[in-house]
Unconditional design. Structure first.
Length: 249
Protein backbone atom coordinates (compact mmCIF):
# COMPACT_ATOMS: atom_id res chain seq x y z
CA UNK A 1 0.00 0.00 0.00
CA UNK A 2 1.94 3.10 -1.18
CA UNK A 3 1.60 6.19 1.03
CA UNK A 4 0.26 8.17 -1.93
CA UNK A 5 -2.76 5.85 -2.15
CA UNK A 6 -4.15 6.93 1.23
CA UNK A 7 -2.31 10.16 2.18
CA UNK A 8 -5.20 12.38 1.02
CA UNK A 9 -7.93 9.76 1.00
CA UNK A 10 -9.76 10.69 4.22
CA UNK A 11 -11.84 13.73 5.16
CA UNK A 12 -11.20 13.41 8.91
CA UNK A 13 -7.52 12.36 9.00
CA UNK A 14 -4.43 14.25 7.89
CA UNK A 15 -1.13 12.46 7.35
CA UNK A 16 2.48 13.48 7.15
CA UNK A 17 5.48 11.18 7.11
CA UNK A 18 9.14 11.92 7.70
CA UNK A 19 11.88 9.30 7.84
CA UNK A 20 9.38 6.49 8.40
CA UNK A 21 7.49 8.30 11.21
CA UNK A 22 3.82 8.71 10.30
CA UNK A 23 1.86 11.46 12.05
CA UNK A 24 -1.91 11.02 11.77
CA UNK A 25 -4.07 13.90 12.94
CA UNK A 26 -7.81 13.47 13.40
CA UNK A 27 -10.05 16.47 12.76
CA UNK A 28 -13.42 17.70 11.51
CA UNK A 29 -13.18 20.46 8.91
CA UNK A 30 -9.78 21.44 10.29
CA UNK A 31 -10.98 21.69 13.91
CA UNK A 32 -11.40 19.23 16.77
CA UNK A 33 -12.81 15.84 15.78
CA UNK A 34 -16.60 15.59 16.04
CA UNK A 35 -17.36 11.91 16.32
CA UNK A 36 -19.81 10.19 13.97
CA UNK A 37 -20.09 7.51 11.33
CA UNK A 38 -17.65 9.24 8.96
CA UNK A 39 -14.58 9.23 11.27
CA UNK A 40 -15.64 5.82 12.61
CA UNK A 41 -15.50 4.32 9.14
CA UNK A 42 -12.45 6.28 8.02
CA UNK A 43 -10.35 5.25 11.02
CA UNK A 44 -11.28 1.61 10.50
CA UNK A 45 -9.99 1.85 6.92
CA UNK A 46 -7.02 4.06 7.78
CA UNK A 47 -5.63 1.61 10.34
CA UNK A 48 -5.86 -1.12 7.71
CA UNK A 49 -4.04 1.00 5.12
CA UNK A 50 -1.34 2.04 7.61
CA UNK A 51 -0.64 -1.58 8.48
CA UNK A 52 -0.34 -2.53 4.82
CA UNK A 53 2.35 0.10 4.21
CA UNK A 54 5.61 -1.25 5.57
CA UNK A 55 7.27 2.14 5.19
CA UNK A 56 5.36 3.23 8.30
CA UNK A 57 7.93 2.57 11.04
CA UNK A 58 6.42 4.48 14.00
CA UNK A 59 2.92 6.01 14.24
CA UNK A 60 1.95 9.21 16.10
CA UNK A 61 -1.79 9.68 16.69
CA UNK A 62 -2.96 13.16 17.67
CA UNK A 63 -5.90 15.54 17.44
CA UNK A 64 -6.61 19.10 16.36
CA UNK A 65 -7.10 22.28 18.34
CA UNK A 66 -8.33 22.27 21.92
CA UNK A 67 -9.89 18.79 21.92
CA UNK A 68 -8.89 15.31 20.86
CA UNK A 69 -12.45 14.04 20.27
CA UNK A 70 -15.99 14.98 21.17
CA UNK A 71 -18.62 16.05 21.81
CA UNK A 72 -20.29 14.31 24.73
CA UNK A 73 -23.70 13.28 23.35
CA UNK A 74 -27.15 14.09 24.65
CA UNK A 75 -28.54 10.81 25.98
CA UNK A 76 -31.88 10.64 24.16
CA UNK A 77 -30.41 11.70 20.81
CA UNK A 78 -27.50 9.27 21.25
CA UNK A 79 -29.84 6.37 21.97
CA UNK A 80 -32.10 7.17 19.02
CA UNK A 81 -29.14 7.53 16.67
CA UNK A 82 -27.95 4.03 17.63
CA UNK A 83 -31.31 2.24 17.64
CA UNK A 84 -31.15 0.03 14.57
CA UNK A 85 -32.43 -3.11 12.94
CA UNK A 86 -30.37 -6.28 13.38
CA UNK A 87 -29.13 -5.88 9.81
CA UNK A 88 -28.06 -2.26 10.42
CA UNK A 89 -26.35 -3.20 13.66
CA UNK A 90 -24.62 -6.03 11.86
CA UNK A 91 -22.93 -3.49 9.60
CA UNK A 92 -22.00 -1.06 12.40
CA UNK A 93 -20.86 -3.90 14.67
CA UNK A 94 -18.65 -5.29 11.89
CA UNK A 95 -17.08 -1.86 11.43
CA UNK A 96 -16.65 -1.39 15.20
CA UNK A 97 -14.90 -4.74 15.54
CA UNK A 98 -12.52 -3.98 12.69
CA UNK A 99 -11.81 -0.46 13.98
CA UNK A 100 -10.04 -1.81 17.07
CA UNK A 101 -8.66 -5.02 15.60
CA UNK A 102 -7.18 -3.15 12.62
CA UNK A 103 -5.48 -0.76 15.04
CA UNK A 104 -4.06 -3.62 17.10
CA UNK A 105 -2.89 -5.36 13.92
CA UNK A 106 -0.47 -2.51 13.18
CA UNK A 107 2.98 -3.90 13.96
CA UNK A 108 4.74 -0.54 14.19
CA UNK A 109 4.95 1.14 17.61
CA UNK A 110 2.24 3.73 18.24
CA UNK A 111 2.47 6.96 20.24
CA UNK A 112 -0.59 8.99 21.23
CA UNK A 113 -0.30 12.75 21.72
CA UNK A 114 -3.62 13.64 23.36
CA UNK A 115 -3.95 17.38 22.78
CA UNK A 116 -7.13 17.96 24.81
CA UNK A 117 -10.25 16.24 26.17
CA UNK A 118 -11.03 12.84 24.62
CA UNK A 119 -14.66 12.23 25.52
CA UNK A 120 -15.59 10.04 22.54
CA UNK A 121 -13.68 6.82 21.79
CA UNK A 122 -11.02 7.69 24.33
CA UNK A 123 -9.90 4.07 24.11
CA UNK A 124 -8.12 4.77 20.81
CA UNK A 125 -5.28 6.93 22.19
CA UNK A 126 -5.11 4.78 25.33
CA UNK A 127 -4.48 1.70 23.16
CA UNK A 128 -1.22 3.20 21.87
CA UNK A 129 2.06 1.93 23.30
CA UNK A 130 3.13 5.32 24.63
CA UNK A 131 0.48 7.84 25.70
CA UNK A 132 1.37 11.51 26.11
CA UNK A 133 -1.18 14.07 27.27
CA UNK A 134 -1.33 17.84 27.32
CA UNK A 135 -2.11 19.52 30.61
CA UNK A 136 -5.63 20.19 29.30
CA UNK A 137 -6.33 16.59 28.31
CA UNK A 138 -9.09 14.53 29.92
CA UNK A 139 -10.64 11.13 29.31
CA UNK A 140 -14.29 10.08 29.49
CA UNK A 141 -16.52 7.37 28.06
CA UNK A 142 -19.43 9.72 27.45
CA UNK A 143 -21.28 7.79 24.75
CA UNK A 144 -21.83 4.39 26.33
CA UNK A 145 -23.37 3.64 29.73
CA UNK A 146 -24.08 7.25 30.72
CA UNK A 147 -25.03 7.90 27.09
CA UNK A 148 -27.64 5.14 27.11
CA UNK A 149 -25.59 2.34 25.54
CA UNK A 150 -23.99 -0.88 26.78
CA UNK A 151 -20.20 -0.24 26.90
CA UNK A 152 -19.47 -3.18 24.64
CA UNK A 153 -17.39 -1.96 21.70
CA UNK A 154 -13.97 -2.42 23.25
CA UNK A 155 -14.06 0.03 26.13
CA UNK A 156 -15.01 -2.90 28.37
CA UNK A 157 -11.64 -4.44 27.48
CA UNK A 158 -9.34 -1.42 27.32
CA UNK A 159 -10.12 0.56 30.46
CA UNK A 160 -10.23 -2.27 33.03
CA UNK A 161 -7.05 -3.67 31.46
CA UNK A 162 -5.18 -0.37 31.57
CA UNK A 163 -6.57 1.18 34.77
CA UNK A 164 -7.29 -1.91 36.82
CA UNK A 165 -10.53 -3.82 37.17
CA UNK A 166 -12.27 -1.72 39.83
CA UNK A 167 -11.18 1.65 38.46
CA UNK A 168 -12.16 0.62 34.95
CA UNK A 169 -15.66 -0.48 35.92
CA UNK A 170 -16.24 2.69 37.93
CA UNK A 171 -15.02 4.80 35.00
CA UNK A 172 -17.41 3.12 32.57
CA UNK A 173 -20.50 3.01 34.80
CA UNK A 174 -20.30 6.56 36.17
CA UNK A 175 -19.09 8.48 33.13
CA UNK A 176 -16.17 9.71 35.21
CA UNK A 177 -13.96 12.39 33.66
CA UNK A 178 -10.28 11.84 34.43
CA UNK A 179 -8.04 14.84 33.90
CA UNK A 180 -4.43 14.67 32.81
CA UNK A 181 -2.55 14.43 36.09
CA UNK A 182 -4.98 11.89 37.55
CA UNK A 183 -4.85 9.99 34.26
CA UNK A 184 -1.10 9.67 34.75
CA UNK A 185 -1.63 8.52 38.34
CA UNK A 186 -4.09 5.74 37.35
CA UNK A 187 -2.02 4.55 34.40
CA UNK A 188 -3.90 5.95 31.41
CA UNK A 189 -1.02 8.16 30.30
CA UNK A 190 2.75 8.13 30.67
CA UNK A 191 3.65 11.82 30.54
CA UNK A 192 1.80 15.12 30.99
CA UNK A 193 3.25 18.11 29.14
CA UNK A 194 2.43 21.72 28.28
CA UNK A 195 0.52 21.82 25.01
CA UNK A 196 3.34 23.37 23.00
CA UNK A 197 5.71 20.56 24.03
CA UNK A 198 3.35 17.67 23.30
CA UNK A 199 4.05 16.94 19.63
CA UNK A 200 7.78 17.71 19.86
CA UNK A 201 8.03 15.14 22.65
CA UNK A 202 6.08 12.61 20.58
CA UNK A 203 8.53 13.08 17.70
CA UNK A 204 11.48 12.86 20.07
CA UNK A 205 10.24 9.50 21.36
CA UNK A 206 9.45 8.32 17.83
CA UNK A 207 13.03 9.05 16.76
CA UNK A 208 14.28 7.25 19.84
CA UNK A 209 12.24 4.18 18.87
CA UNK A 210 13.62 4.41 15.33
CA UNK A 211 17.15 3.78 16.62
CA UNK A 212 16.33 0.11 17.07
CA UNK A 213 16.48 -2.37 14.16
CA UNK A 214 13.21 -2.75 12.31
CA UNK A 215 12.44 -6.30 13.43
CA UNK A 216 13.14 -5.34 17.04
CA UNK A 217 10.60 -2.53 16.76
CA UNK A 218 7.95 -4.59 15.01
CA UNK A 219 8.26 -7.72 17.10
CA UNK A 220 8.27 -5.69 20.31
CA UNK A 221 5.03 -3.99 19.27
CA UNK A 222 3.47 -7.38 18.57
CA UNK A 223 4.60 -8.74 21.92
CA UNK A 224 3.50 -5.83 24.12
CA UNK A 225 0.02 -5.71 22.54
CA UNK A 226 -0.65 -9.46 22.61
CA UNK A 227 -2.62 -9.49 25.89
CA UNK A 228 -4.95 -6.74 24.68
CA UNK A 229 -5.26 -8.38 21.27
CA UNK A 230 -6.26 -11.72 22.82
CA UNK A 231 -8.83 -10.09 25.08
CA UNK A 232 -10.26 -8.15 22.15
CA UNK A 233 -10.63 -11.28 20.06
CA UNK A 234 -12.37 -13.03 22.94
CA UNK A 235 -14.55 -10.25 24.36
CA UNK A 236 -15.15 -7.64 21.63
CA UNK A 237 -17.67 -9.66 19.57
CA UNK A 238 -19.49 -10.63 22.78
CA UNK A 239 -19.63 -7.00 23.92
CA UNK A 240 -20.89 -5.81 20.55
CA UNK A 241 -23.59 -8.50 20.57
CA UNK A 242 -24.86 -7.41 23.99
CA UNK A 243 -24.69 -3.74 23.01
CA UNK A 244 -26.72 -4.52 19.92
CA UNK A 245 -29.32 -6.59 21.78
CA UNK A 246 -30.10 -3.58 23.95
CA UNK A 247 -30.55 -1.38 20.87
CA UNK A 248 -32.18 -3.31 18.08
CA UNK A 249 -35.66 -2.31 17.01
Amino acid sequence: MPFEDYATKFKTIRFKREDGILEMTVHTDGGPLRWGRLPHGELEQAFLDINRDRENKVIILTGTGAEFSGPAPEVKANLEAHRQSPEEWGVLGWESKNLLLNMLAIDAPMIAAVNGPAVRHAELPVMCDIVLASETAAFQDSAHYVGGLVPGDGVHVVFPLVMGYNRGRYFLLTGQTIHAEEAKHVGLVNEVLPGEKLLPRAWELARQLMKQPELNRRYSRILVTEVMRRQMHELLPYGLALEGLALVK
